[in-house]
Design a protein around this ligand. Structure first.
Ligand code: GDG
Length: 478
């Protein structure tokens, strides 16, 4: 590793893009974690001599900076108290539900806030210790909203970008937060604040005007010290070509046939893939599907619903309750409607390799994505990228960011069970001419606006705004 303070680009995110794994010889090693963010950011990091700071998971205290797959990574340690206060507490017990339309009730605890402030401070200090004079620092997501201003105070020479992966709520909800002003001021340390949707950027600018009292004009905030901050939408995307290539591969084709066979060759396979999270609307969609069977629209011989629920935040009480509720619902539906070897719902509480996800996307006739609120939802885009034959139907919540781009999906309001039933039935019955017309249009969108385009546009805009720091070189992509 080069000496400290020698990077032109510093990525700061809650998680490092790697997971700790046990190697065959029993020692511990690292594996790149699945996800679009690393694919998006890796080329920019390479072109700019970048480093990534984040938590590797766990409470190991003795981790040194290291290189993995050519990426330079700096692990941040977390104590059990940090995990409980900063991560499970303020990030996932306060901000996550508050920013997702209060789908669950946020809890406000002063000790959680104190922990959030101190962990943000540690991330900011680590970033400044690694950044060259005039370097660019790109901070990610709701766990680190105080970092931009902390960086600005420590190092006015830096060029600072912030990107929020989840929705930014309207003022009526945000103002419940006892520390609302501190969060807004924390974000205002950045030169560019990026959001998924135009609505999030507008909510932020309006709140800054009303709550902090700064002058604003369109997407610009004018600070008393002469700085300007720009707030803009940058809808995130996926490595569309990568997913398509994987879906086309022979092993994935073979696995997708096996999955169909194992399910008893039903006429139609419905699929849901989500982190097991109360924002994702898993419960409501399974109810809607089961009622269609109960009403006699189709039978368990005709259709099966495969629901993959990826374990998530299992130490947080609300997530445990949700898991129990879904376990009970699936048990009841299968008990009432299933036959021997023919469950109505094939429920998997596990995570899978990317190839298995691609095989599932390839096998599914109807993909069902019904969050109550979602910043974007990459699963919807991944499904589209994998449908290289222009077939398959997507049922998508209006409240996912992805609905802005994927207009040709069957759009639904997840709070409206009857509306969801109608959409599922239409998608089930749709003629291939109809599904092709819709899928072709969606594929054009996802292919053109991929994650590389997202990262480039954020970086280009960041290089244009502010008078701080040096411009970042765009990624050289093959
Ligand atoms: C947040 C925002 C926004 C999931 N299970 C497995 C697996 N995954 C991958 C999916 C997808 C990603 O994880 C999940 O992304 P989503 O967008 O669906 O949802 P969140 O986790 O809530 O993400 C969201 C996103 O940030 C990006 O800005 O879109 O709105 O909430 O890529 O494929 N991948 C593998 N195995 C799994 O079991 N390999």
């Amino acid at each position: 590793m080069p000496s400290p303070a020698s990077y032109d680009l510093v990525i700061v995110a809650n998680r490092l893009p790697v997971d700790r794994v046990a190697l065959p010889d029993g020692s511990k090693g690292w594996r790149t974690s699945p996800g679009g963010l690393v694919t998006a950011i890796e080329p920019v990091m390479r072109a700019n001599h970048g480093v990534w700071i984040g938590w590797p998971g766990g409470t190991d205290q003795d981790l040194e900076p290291f290189e993995h797959d050519g990426l330079e990574l700096v692990p941040m340690t977390m104590s059990q108290a940090d995990i409980e206060g900063f991560y499970e507490g303020f990030s996932n017990g306060t901000l996550w539900p508050l920013y997702h339309d209060l789908v669950a009730k946020p809890e406000f605890h002063r000790e959680w806030w104190d922990s959030y402030v101190s962990v943000n401070q540690r991330f900011a200090e680590k970033a400044t210790s690694l950044a060259n004079e005039g370097a660019t620092v790109w901070v990610h997501d709701y766990q680190l909203q105080l970092v931009p201003q902390m960086l600005r105070d420590l190092r006015p020479d830096l060029r600072i970008g912030f990107y929020l992966h989840i929705p930014f709520p309207p003022g009526e909800l945000f103002q419940q937060l006892p520390w609302r002003r501190q969060i807004l001021e924390g974000l205002l340390g950045a030169d560019l604040v990026g959001f998924q949707m135009p609505g999030g950027a507008q909510n932020f600018v309006r709140l800054v005007r009303q709550r902090v009292g700064h002058k604003t004009h369109r997407d610009l905030v004018y600070l008393p010290d002469g700085r300007t901050v720009r707030a803009r939408p940058f809808p995130i995307s996926i490595d569309a070509a990568g997913f398509e290539e994987m879906a086309r591969s022979e092993p994935v084709a073979e696995r997708s046939r096996e999955i169909r066979e194992a399910l008893g060759n039903p006429r139609k396979i419905f699929l849901g893939i989500d982190r097991l999270d109360y924002t994702k609307g898993i419960f409501a969609r399974l109810r809607a599907f089961s009622e269609l069977i109960d009403d006699g629209h189709f039978d368990v011989e005709d259709a099966v619903f495969v629901q993959v629920a990826v374990p998530s935040r299992e130490q947080v009480e609300q997530y445990r309750i949700l898991r129990d509720e879904i376990d009970r619902l699936v048990g009841r539906i299968n008990g009432d409607l299933g036959r021997i070897g023919r469950p109505a719902i094939s429920y998997l509480h596990s995570s899978y390799p990317r190839e298995e996800m691609a095989a599932l996307y390839r096998a599914a006739d109807v993909m069902v994505v019904t969050p109550y609120r979602d910043g974007m939802n990459l699963v919807a885009k991944e499904y589209v990228a994998c449908r290289f034959n222009d077939d398959g139907a997507l049922v998508l919540s209006e409240f996912a960011g992805a609905a802005d781009e994927l207009r040709q999906a069957w759009l639904v309001n997840p709070y409206d069970i009857n509306g969801m039933k109608s959409a599922l039935l239409e998608a089930y019955r749709a003629e291939s001419k109809e599904t092709t017309r819709r899928m072709r249009a969606m594929r054009r969108t996802v292919t053109q606006h991929d994650v590389a385009a997202w990262a480039d546009s954020f970086m280009t805009e960041l290089s244009d705004v502010g008078t701080h720091g040096k411009a970042v070189r765009p990624a050289r992509r093959s």
